[in-house]
Design a protein. Structure first.
Length: 756
């Protein structure tokens, strides 16, 4: 703001008057002030405006020669004179601001001591704050407080009024301070800016508003927001995710960068790394889209939003959690087209499809879908609901969360804060005259009890469990307290499923898998006459992954009269498995090999999602006992003995039986190996130097990391007292030397089976 000099003609008093913002830009509106000494009129007809440079000269902070040099330089630089003065080293920014504060009657702020409002930052885009050289701080009394180094820039002030639709209250700050905070809080370095600015404004990502939902101050359609870098970057990420058919977007902050990863066909893949602060832009935009609290950064938040990306309508299910380096965001992309999936498109084989259709057409009973998170359980149930819903059928669901909204289905969202739980919601549903009920998950005995009683009283019930196999679900239901007779009489079928990636048809070619993986699935390969294997070589169509899309593999346990009898009599999993195989039951591993035989997927995919072991029918004499983990790796056994000869004999016996062997000579070595390697079983000698087997076993049992590792204790003593001492220390079995090799292998297998 300019400063004018006035002089009283009566008493010759001289004074200054700073012109405040309301006089911009009409300086002629200034009236003559009254003299503070005599009250006479102070004349300004002959006054001259005192500029910032005049004050610098007056206060001897700048010489006339320096000013002339700066003006000469200014002609080519096209910069404000005060900026040229600083750049030429005639004056520091701090001294310039001190004089400017007196000249313009404005406070100088150190942005390091100011708390920037994340909502206010969205009022101006990165391009705008860079172009104008300003930094928005807060809103006070309806005016936007803005830090700037040149408050006489009337064009900037007017533009900001138009953009923000607010009055502007400038405060002073150095240009370097403003530039630093623009880069820190808007989190765009030059490389990223060059990348983002090249993203077009025409990305077709359109937010879909809920009916009756009010737009807030930072609504997605606000002036300036649509073309901001935050919006362009977020739209680009969402568009790329849909283009690559990603199911999830992860935005993960680390110390020096933020990483964006997509989950494509079930596998997380790193897409891009940005400067660490850029996550604030994406998170602020996503929070604005999903009506979250933008200012809250210390608590987890959940939300959802709907957008139209291209021609697809996508539901965004959003989770934000605070981590050490900032907020991590995960966005689940739910494609509305998934709600129209048919049962035939899920991946059922002929006999499996027939069994499933028979199950969902029953008038009453319960159908369970099992598998880990991300195995496609909900999609299978939605496809079933689509198949059976009609005008004559009342379908009600209770879910946490509701993943897809389905026309013709009444859906309830679990909300513990409003006392809407699975159990309480299910009780209310039963009073709504339902024909079909879908319970998102059976988590406790109360929900399980109500669900199975509903299945006994004329309702068809669908639900999910988190178990590894169909048969394991029977044991899980017993664990939550259900009566065996209720399970046997209510259960229609149990379907365990996994998703495997499908070989890209555009780069599919024959290949020969390695011998190890063929050996793992040898019995199934021979049973189904798999002669040719295929894989994807990688091409542009599949983003060079070799896979395109996913299909499901299933194991379906039909609860016929034979299985019902076994369940009622508390039969073991092995007995149920043997009986089910008589009716053509296939495990997930075998079902996966069938998909391999059809050229749909690879053995590597089947190995990734299935448990290898017990590949042959239990009814046969020869059995393939489990020497592999669920991930397909060899089970590892730690042999601890200070006698080299005995240790070598045991190791050879174990290797011949198909196990991987680790070795230790003392109790201390055993302890270190157990913590670092986490073996599947330990064979421990009692008498050893440094630390004996009893003490080492006690320490293993005392640690959470190693407490569940089975331990077989070896000793030369064959008395009862020594055996009891070993068992008291925590050993699972006790074998005296010399031992029979076959007996040792048998006991190892028994312990490993029990552990699995």
């Amino acid at each position: 703001m300019p400063v004018y000099r006035f002089k009283c003609e009566s008493c010759n008093y001289a004074g200054k008057l700073s012109v405040t913002e309301q006089y911009f830009p009409v300086f002629e509106a200034i009236v003559n002030p009254k003299c503070p000494h005599c009250g006479g009129e102070m004349v300004n007809k002959t006054t001259t405006m005192v500029s910032l440079t005049d004050l610098l000269l007056e206060e001897k902070l700048l010489t006339k020669e320096q000013l002339e040099d700066a003006r000469d330089r200014q002609l080519g630089a096209k910069k404000p004179i005060h900026e040229v003065i600083v750049n030429m080293g005639f004056l520091t920014e701090d001294k310039l601001m001190a004089v400017a504060s007196r000249a313009y009657n404005l406070p100088v702020v150190d942005l390091n001591n100011e708390k920037a409002d994340s909502q206010v930052l969205q009022l101006l885009t990165y391009e705008q704050v860079k172009r104008y050289g300003v930094f928005p701080l807060r809103i006070e009394q309806g005016e936007l407080v803005v830090a700037m180094s040149d408050p006489l820039d009337l064009v900037t002030l007017d533009d900001m009024r138009v953009i923000t639709k607010m009055g502007i209250r400038p405060v002073l700050s150095t240009k370097s301070n403003i530039s630093h905070f623009i880069e820190e809080f808007y989190a765009i370095d030059d490389d990223t800016y060059d990348f983002v600015k090249n993203i077009g404004d025409d990305l077709n990502v359109v937010p879909i508003e809920e009916d009756g939902e009010e737009k807030g101050l930072f609504e997605v359609e606000a002036t300036g927001m649509d073309k901001s870098l935050a919006v362009r970057l977020t739209n680009f990420v969402l568009s790329e995710a849909v283009k690559l058919k990603a199911s999830d977007i992860h935005v993960e902050p680390y110390e020096k960068f933020v990483e964006i990863r997509f989950r494509i066909d079930g596998i997380l893949k790193s897409i891009k790394k940005f400067p660490v602060g850029i996550s604030r832009l994406i998170i602020a935009r996503i929070k604005a889209l999903s009506q979250m609290d933008i200012s809250e950064t210390r608590k987890p938040q959940d939300g959802r939003s709907k957008v139209e990306i291209g021609e697809k309508k996508v539901d965004l299910r959003i989770s934000i959690i605070p981590t050490y380096f900032g907020e991590k965001i995960v966005i689940r992309l739910l494609d509305y087209s998934q709600t129209r999936k048919t049962i035939e498109s899920l991946g059922f084989q002929g006999s499996e499809l027939k069994l499933f259709k028979e199950s969902i057409k029953k008038p009453q009973g319960i159908v369970l879908i099992t598998g880990p998170t991300g195995s496609g359980k909900t999609s299978t149930i939605y496809a079933a609901l689509n198949a059976i819903k009609s005008e004559a059928v009342n379908v009600i669901t209770i879910e946490d969360p509701i993943e897809y909204l389905m026309e013709g289905v009444n859906q309830i969202q679990v909300n513990p804060y409003k006392d809407v739980t699975f159990a309480k919601g299910l009780r209310s549903i039963l009073r709504q005259d339902p024909n079909v009920i879908f319970i998102g998950e059976i988590r406790d005995s109360e929900t399980a009890g109500i669900a199975f009683r509903a299945a006994l009283t004329g309702h068809l019930v669908f639900s999910t469990l988190h178990t590894n196999s169909a048969i394991a679900s029977i044991v899980r239901l017993q664990d939550v307290g259900l009566d065996l007779h209720i399970i046997a009489s209510s259960l229609i079928s149990v379907i365990a499923q996994r998703l495997v990636r499908v070989i890209c048809p555009h780069c599919k070619q024959p290949y020969r898998p390695n011998n190890d993986i063929i050996e793992k699935f040898k019995l199934f390969i021979e049973k189904h006459d798999v002669l040719q294997f295929y894989k994807g070589n990688g091409c542009e169509k599949c983003n060079y992954s070799g896979y395109s899309g996913r299909t499901a593999i299933f194991e379906i346990l039909k609860n016929d009269e034979h299985i019902q009898s076994l369940i009622s009599n508390k039969a073991s999993e092995k007995e149920i498995l043997n009986e089910a195989r008589k009716s053509g039951f296939m495990t997930l591993s075998e079902a996966g090999v069938v998909k391999v035989s059809q050229g749909l997927t690879t053995l590597d995919e089947v190995e990734r999602i299935s448990e290898v072991g017990w590949q042959e029918d239990d009814s046969k004499k020869e059995k393939v006992l489990p020497t592999y983990t669920s991930a397909g790796k060899l089970l590892r056994i730690l042999v601890v003995d200070d006698e080299d000869d005995i240790r070598k004999v045991i190791c050879k016996r174990l290797k011949d039986a198909g196990y991987e062997v680790l070795q230790a000579r003392t109790g201390k070595e055993a302890l270190a190996c157990a913590f670092m390697e986490n073996p599947d079983l330990i064979i421990m000698d009692v008498m050893m130097p440094e630390m004996d087997g009893l003490e080492a076993t006690k320490k293993i049992r005392a640690n959470l990391q190693t407490v569940s590792i089975p331990v077989i204790m070896l000793t030369a003593k064959q008395d009862k007292h020594s055996e009891l001492a070993g068992l008291d220390a925590g050993a699972d079995d006790y074998i005296a030397k010399p031992f029979d090799g076959n007996k040792l292998i048998t006991r190892i297998r028994m312990l490993l089976q029990r552990g699995q």
